[in-house]
Design a protein around this ligand. Structure first.
Ligand code: ADE
Length: 231
């Protein structure tokens, strides 16, 4: 069975996952703690990266290159921008972009640099698995586009620009960079987020209120996927 990486950005995003592991060991590496366990016969490596594109790229690459993970699942929270996404709803990314990557002055579209692509698609088999898990649990999981950038968005104008540039349904600060690392290293990956706020002027208050409960919703779903992957 493939060694599985499960990552989040914040401690609250992986704390619920650690409760499933039973015994685990911890290793400090490149400024982060990596939790390793054998879960139902399969090796898991769990870590939170710290917030943002740089830290999340480092952690994803470390889990793959240093710890030898062969598939990566990300669990966490996001700001909803599609009005169909309410607090606590789950969104699975079909593809991700970096909404703040801007060399448009040279005639390139937002999110594009030469040698890269605006969007990176997630693994279709993992999305299929997520749909199976959702069916079995009787839960609704929406598929959509996630935009990633190094800012906590709390402003209608910024949201509108991200929708117009990327048709994004949700936004957060790590998925697009994890996608870059996994894509470059040829590792199938999956990005799941539960909505904590709607990236409007009240976003910071909503985030403070719902981040922990939404992180649990996402983590519990990811662990159901892990249960399927390890069988
Ligand atoms: N993660 C959760 N909510 C967010 C927001 N409003 N902006 C960026 N990342 C988020």
């Amino acid at each position: 069975m493939r060694k599985i990486a499960i990552m989040g950005a914040m401690p609250e995003e992986i704390a619920p996952i650690l409760t499933y592991l039973g015994e685990y060991t911890t290793t400090e590496y490149a400024g982060n703690t990596y939790y390793e366990a054998i879960y139902k016969g399969t090796s898991l490596v769990v870590a939170y990266s710290k917030i943002g594109k740089v830290f999340s790229t480092l952690t994803a690459a470390t889990m793959i290159e240093h710890f030898g993970c062969e598939v990566l699942l990300f669990s966490g929270v996001a700001g909803g921008i599609n009005p169909r996404l309410k607090i606590g709803d789950l969104i699975v990314a079909t593809k991700l972009a970096q909404h703040d990557l801007d060399i448009t002055v040279f005639g390139h579209p937002m999110g594009f640099v030469p040698g890269g692509s605006v969007f990176i698609e997630t693994d279709s088999e993992l999305i299929t698995l997520a749909k199976e898990v959702a069916m079995e649990l009787g839960k609704s999981v929406q598929e959509g586009i996630i935009a990633t950038g190094d800012q906590f968005v709390h402003n209608e104008a910024v949201k509108a620009a991200i929708v117009s540039n990327f048709k994004a349904d949700a936004l957060e600060m790590e998925g697009g960079s994890v996608a870059v690392a996994c894509n470059a290293l040829n590792i199938p990956f999956f990005i799941l987020r539960a909505i904590s706020d709607t990236a409007d002027t009240d976003a910071s208050f909503s985030f403070d209120e719902f981040m922990e409960s939404s992180a649990v919703i996402s983590a519990e779903f990811v662990m159901k996927m892990v249960d399927k992957l390890v069988h």
